[in-house]
Write a protein that binds this ligand. Structure first.
Ligand code: ADP
Ligand code: MG
Length: 243
């Protein structure tokens, strides 16, 4: 799988929020077509910051981000969406007062003519979104809301979707469902970078994984290699990792 040219590359990225304080201090990652890449690591490691750096919402001060061979560092989110990148933030990722359908319409606001065709594809992945399309998002459970958020990102027919903790706050049953759906999204030609606290479960469905620690890469391997690496297990997957 890694023999192909990468679809998306983060190369030695330095990024941060406040002047003079770098959160990412040289962080690299690549995503190949069809892959699910998992990003795990302790709280505060910079996982969300990495996704935000890729999506142009945090200041990138060094390194480069590329989509195929095109450098996309510093492009705005709407330019990135137009190039085929979707982002599902960890929180506040639906419009609570809008219906499911209206939330999905927001996903194609750059190209509303696409709505009907894309709605069909998204409803196939998440039938609930069609069945309950008139219902307001604030009446949905956490798991249902997560599906609305992911569905909205898929409305623009992205090549790459960035998911920040899709299973956070969900009951175990819904966590399983969300992970299953994420796997099936890749069958539709979408490649995924997924940040997760639920590290074991994340690596189980990831082709490859990255452990970030203190703003930089700590370990990289296939999902299976990381799950079996004694150091990764004791530092990031064991009881200490949950403390
Ligand atoms: N908007 C922000 N302004 C300033 N610092 C931030 C902001 N968001 C996150 N940080 C800091 O960046 C560091 C990494 O945060 P984050 O990327 O959210 O970590 P993770 O997602 O791995 O838990 C933390 O020290 C956090 O306090
Ligand atoms: Mg985070």
């Amino acid at each position: 799988m890694t023999a192909s040219e990468p679809l998306l590359t983060a190369d030695d990225v330095v990024a941060g929020y406040l002047p003079g304080i770098d959160i990412l201090t040289g962080c690299s990652l690549d995503l190949h077509p069809g892959e699910i890449v998992g990003v795990i690591g302790p709280n505060g490691a910079g996982k969300s910051t990495l996704l935000k750096a890729i999506f142009g919402i945090v200041d990138v001060r060094g390194g480069a981000i590329r989509l195929g061979t095109e450098e996309i560092t510093g492009l705005s989110p709407h330019e990135l969406v137009a190039r085929g990148i979707g982002f599902v933030p960890q929180t506040d990722n639906v419009f609570p007062r809008l219906s499911i359908r209206e939330n999905l319409e927001m996903g194609v606001f750059q190209d509303p003519k696409q709505f009907a065709a894309r709605f069909e594809v998204v409803a196939e992945l998440f039938p609930l979104l069609a069945e309950r399309s008139g219902q307001r998002a604030d009446g949905l459970s956490g798991g249902e809301r997560q599906m609305v958020a992911i569905g909205r990102a898929l409305m623009m027919d992205p090549k790459v979707v960035l998911l920040d903790e899709p299973s956070a706050g969900l009951s175990p049953g819904y966590q399983d469902e969300v992970f299953e759906r994420i796997t099936s999204i890749t069958d539709h030609g979408v490649s995924i970078i997924m940040v997760e606290q639920n590290a074991r479960r994340c690596l189980q469905i990831s082709d490859r994984g990255y452990v970030l620690d203190q703003g930089t890469n700590a370990y990289t391997g296939t999902g299976q290699q990381l799950l079996e690496d004694p150091k990764v297990v004791s530092l990031y997957l064991g009881t200490m990792a949950r403390a």
